[in-house]
Design a protein around this ligand. Structure first.
Ligand SMILES: *Cc1c(COP(=O)(O)O)cnc(C)c1O
Length: 345
């Protein structure tokens, strides 16, 4: 078949959730924003509800609506972006739980949906989303009188265990929430790995479920196999691809693969990676085009129909490093032209 194949191993995803869950005594939710980090929020969340996961987080209400349609009425769906103008009907109709981020959102929510569940996001130093400590001092009695489901905050530097910001945010979270009888949540994947002080009542892993750094023990979830469209021989001194960035140093065989930066194979990763067939590899050469990638297959013992870009050993973080980015961006960029196949679950 001529399309590139993205295969997603739901059993590996489940194993990753279970092993992250086993690292804490807290309840473990799952973050499935950005279409399940590019791997399909509906399929991912259904696989997780089948093993009993009951709490999910997405970024915005629209994602919550789609997720509700995939996983049914029971699981709790939390919205990091809170209650934005225009969200009220979605929140009410689909029973979404917004994490309110500002005094404005709190007013909007309590006026529009006075009896509808909500959580609170507190800013402990990241200065991205959440209520500031000085604001919290003022509105806290009112908010607590309306029974929030969760008090949460987010760590800015959790993937660097030695970073002093972690302890600083932990202390601020304690100052803002100690003595309050409401569930608390501070940690995503990185925070889970920082240890029990960071776990509180609920953890919110995302990237670790999908096999990405900083969860080094994760099983790989995504594999990507690209079909070869054409193979040619090039003479020493000939060039390949845009801007002639690769020149054959010897008589070479060059294969052209069907996928490119329009499929999320970031152009900046360029010639830093290889494609694989079993244990043999062939280097990517020249510029990555919109829909095509050149590969030097001279040294392969035979040229197969497909070559693999994401494998169990060359994962999203390897591609990310070559592109000067993070595994999160590689995953969430994975394109829509792939034939997606789900295994297990
Ligand atoms: C994305 C996100 C998460 C999940 O983070 P990972 O690093 O992918 O585990 C958790 N909490 C918040 C607030 C987020 O934005």
């Amino acid at each position: 078949m001529a399309t590139a194949r993205l295969s997603i191993d739901l059993d590996a995803l489940i194993a990753n959730w279970r092993s992250l869950d086993a690292l804490s005594s807290a309840q473990t939710a799952a973050v499935v924003k950005a279409d399940g980090y590019g791997l399909g929020a509906g399929r991912v969340a259904r696989a997780l509800t089948n093993i009993g996961v009951q709490r999910f987080f997405v970024a915005v209400a629209e994602e919550g609506v789609a997720l509700r349609q995939s996983i049914g009425l029971d699981p709790e769906i939390n919205i990091f972006g809170g209650h934005m103008a225009g969200d009220t009907d979605m929140i009410a109709d689909m029973n979404l739980t917004p994490m309110l981020n500002s005094p404005d959102q709190i007013v909007r929510h309590l006026e529009a949906l006075p009896n509808h569940p909500f959580g609170i996001q507190l800013d402990t130093g990241m200065n991205r989303l959440g209520i500031e400590p000085v604001e919290w001092d003022v509105i806290r009695p009112l908010v607590l009188s309306r029974n929030p489901t969760l008090l949460m905050s987010h760590l800015a530097c959790a993937d660097d265990p030695a970073h002093p910001m972690n302890a600083q945010q932990l202390a601020t979270f304690h100052e803002m929430t100690d003595g309050i009888d409401v569930q608390r949540s501070l940690s995503a994947t990185g925070g889970i790995l920082l240890g029990p002080d960071y776990h509180f009542d609920l953890t919110r892993p995302g990237v670790g479920l999908y096999g990405g750094f900083p969860y080094e023990a994760a099983q790989p979830v995504a594999n990507l196999s690209l079909p070869i469209i054409q193979v040619r021989d090039v003479a020493e001194g000939e060039t390949v691809g845009y801007s002639n960035t690769w020149t054959a140093q010897r008589p070479s065989r060059v294969a052209t693969l069907s996928a490119g930066y329009a499929d999320g194979l970031i152009r900046a990763m360029g010639a830093g990676v290889s494609v694989w067939t079993g244990s043999e590899s062939a280097p990517v050469i020249g510029r990555i085009s919109m829909d095509l990638i050149g590969v030097d297959v001279t040294d392969l013992s035979e040229v197969p129909s497909h070559l693999d870009l994401l494998t169990d050993t060359q994962g999203v973080d390897t591609l990310a490093e070559a592109a000067g980015t993070i595994g999160y961006e590689i995953l969430t960029s994975l394109g829509h032209r792939y034939a997606r196949r789900y295994r297990g679950g």
